[in-house]
Design a protein around this ligand. Structure first.
Ligand SMILES: [Zn+2]
Ligand SMILES: [Zn+2]
Length: 207
C-alpha cells in the first residue's frame, strides 16, 4: 500500500521544506536498479531543486545525494525497516522465477485444454478437488472460460508462485464417463469408502 511522507530537503545548506513523497507504489521495471526506485517525489520540489542548481547554490551531485538518501529512508520506513529487496525488484524474470515458469505455463496449458473440454458434450462431469460437478454448475463454470495470458499475465503469475507461493486459479477438470469411473476408483478405499463427493449445488447423478 502506498504511503505518504513529508520531508524537509537540505541541499548545501538550503532547505526546501515539507516536500511530499510516496513509497510503496508500483514502479517501472526499466529503472529497478536505479537509486531511489520505490519512491516518488512531487514535481514542484524537483523544479525548486533544479532552480538551486541553476542559481549555482548547489551541485547536481548534492541534489542526487539528497534525493537518494531521502528515497532510501522512506522506502525502508515503508517496508518496516527492510528496504527494497531483490525480490521486490523482480518482474517475473529472476532466476527463481525462470525456474518456476514451466509450472505456470503447464498450468495455463491445462486451463486451455480444460476450457475446450468443458464445451465438449463428451465430457459429462467436472471434477475439482474432491468434488464432482455437472459442467453447468456455477462452482465450476469458469472452467469453460479461458483467456490467453499475455506476457504480463505470465510474468505476474510466475512472480506470485516463485516469490509468494501463490498458485494461479483453481483447476476444474472436465472428464468423460470413462475418466470419471477411473477417477472415482482411484478415490475409493478398499472397504468402499469414498474420498469424493457429488456437489450439493448441482447434484450430479453418479452411475
Ligand atoms: Zn523473480
Ligand atoms: Zn456443482
Amino acid at each position: 500500500m502506498p504511503l505518504d511522507f513529508h520531508r524537509d530537503l537540505t541541499i548545501n545548506g538550503h532547505t526546501i521544506p515539507n516536500t511530499e513523497w510516496t513509497a510503496g507504489m508500483n514502479y517501472p521495471a526499466e529503472r529497478r536498479w536505479t537509486n531511489g526506485w520505490g519512491a516518488t517525489i512531487e514535481v514542484p520540489a524537483i523544479i525548486e531543486l533544479l532552480e538551486l542548481v541553476q542559481a549555482g547554490k548547489a551541485t547536481l551531485e548534492d541534489v542526487k545525494d539528497e534525493l537518494t538518501n531521502v528515497a532510501n529512508t522512506i522506502t525502508q520506513q515503508h517496508d518496516d525497516g527492510l528496504g527494497i529487496s531483490n525480490d521486490d525488484r523482480c518482474f517475473g524474470d529472476c532466476d527463481k522465477c525462470e525456474a518456476r515458469k514451466p509450472e505456470v505455463l503447464a498450468r495455463y496449458a491445462r486451463f486451455r485444454t480444460n476450457a475446450a473440454k468443458a464445451r465438449d458434450p463428451q465430457y459429462t462431469h467436472i471434477v475439482s478437488g474432491s468434488s464432482v460437478h455437472l459442467p453447468t454448475c456455477r462452482h465450476v463454470k469458469e472452467a469453460a472460460r479461458f483467456r490467453e495470458p499475455d506476457d504480463a499475465d505470465i510474468a505476474m503469475a510466475v512472480r506470485g508462485l516463485a516469490h509468494d507461493g501463490y498458485l494461479l486459479g483453481t483447476e476444474h477438470t472436465p472428464v468423460t464417463a470413462e475418466e470419471l469411473a477411473v477417477w472415482r476408483a482411484e478415490r475409493t478405499g478398499p472397504r468402499g469408502g469414498h474420498q469424493y463427493r457429488p456437489c450439493k449445488t448441482c447434484q450430479p447423478t453418479l452411475p
